[in-house]
Design a protein around this ligand. Structure first.
Ligand SMILES: Nc1ncnc2c1ncn2[C@@H]1O[C@H](COP(=O)(O)OP(=O)(O)OP(=O)(O)O)[C@@H](O)[C@H]1O
Ligand SMILES: [Mg+2]
Length: 289
């Protein structure tokens, strides 16, 4: 292998299959920012357009299933894909198209974010598509990353932040076909927020202080994309999840540096790369790839 091949192979190619949020805080745009911040080359396959700002989702325009299939096929036949993040897929037809492409092209890592409801409370997945997601996509994912309400929707019962409840939900999602489960506790109410990772028959708790902020638009998208970006370069899923969690936490903490919209503002994906004051010039080091 030539040196050029070696250096290009060291940068993973990661694709987000999801919707577009024009405010850039969630969906494919946020996913590409996350991949870029974490040293992965980002590709994007669009499953839906949304009309959305930091306050609300005012419309959803799904891509025709045949065109989603064409985007996937065209990408996979040319680009070596090292990891896939699957986000918002609004209908069972779109879910089937993605499942079919994943079964045929077998990317090494698949992270499934079962997006159902936006932070604004707007519904993003049709209720009848939940079963299709469980049947078709759950078994293809290395890890599925529901928040508490999404775990409740998948299991058909309420899932609370109580540790026993989270543990039982993770086991039940595993029994439904998920290889590993990251149950996110961001909707919890305490001063500490705890996520539970169930992998290889054991549960790992990942906790952090709650950051008092309204800037939590796209936390889930960012977390799942960060896991997808890191999986090809980390020895285990647990390490990829821990590093992704640290990245998301720092991106929420730095979100107040941005002024984007009046509702739930976006995270600062490039918190570690940009100067802290806008007047400070980007250094030569920062501009180097
Ligand atoms: N205010 C906060 N402070 C610190 N961590 C947070 C906060 N809100 C969410 N998190 C963390 O962010 C990550 C994403 O979790 P969350 O439950 O918010 O996902 P989500 O509901 O899918 O997000 P989204 O609504 O953007 O899809 C988790 O690690 C969670 O603990
Ligand atoms: Mg989410």
């Amino acid at each position: 292998m030539s040196p050029t091949e070696i250096s290009s192979r060291s940068v993973p190619n990661v694709v987000s299959i999801a919707g577009v949020d024009p405010s850039g805080g969630a969906g494919v745009l946020a996913d590409i920012k996350t991949f870029s911040a974490l040293g992965a080359y980002g590709c994007g396959v669009i499953a839906a357009l949304t009309a959305q700002n930091t306050r609300a989702v005012t419309g959803i325009h799904e891509v025709p299933p045949g065109f989603l299939a064409l985007q996937l096929e065209t990408l996979f036949v040319d680009v070596r894909i090292d990891a896939v993040k699957v986000g918002m897929l609004a209908t069972s037809d779109l879910i089937s198209v993605v499942a079919d492409a994943l079964r045929r092209h077998r990317p090494p890592f698949v992270v499934l974010d079962p997006v159902m409801v936006a932070k604004s409370g707007d519904r993003l997945l049709r209720p009848d598509a939940v079963q299709a997601l469980i049947r078709e996509l759950l078994p293809l994912a290395n890890v599925v990353t529901p928040n508490l309400p999404e775990a409740g929707d998948l299991l058909g019962r309420e899932v609370t932040e109580a540790p026993d409840d989270m543990q039982a939900a993770a086991l039940d999602l595993h029994a439904l076909g998920a290889r590993a489960v990251l149950l996110k506790g961001g909707h919890g109410t305490g001063d500490r927020l705890t996520d539970l990772l169930y992998v290889d028959g054991r549960s790992v708790l990942i906790s952090a202080d709650r950051i008092p902020t309204a800037n939590t638009h796209g936390t889930g998208c960012t977390f799942s994309s960060a896991i997808a970006a890191l999986l090809p370069r980390r020895p285990t899923l647990e390490i990829a999840v821990r590093d992704a969690h640290a990245y998301v936490h720092a991106a929420i903490a730095a979100a107040s540096q941005l002024r984007v919209g009046e509702g739930h503002g976006p995270l600062h994906h490039f918190h570690a790369l940009w100067p802290t004051t806008p007047e400070a010039p980007l250094t030569e080091t920062r501009l180097q790839p």
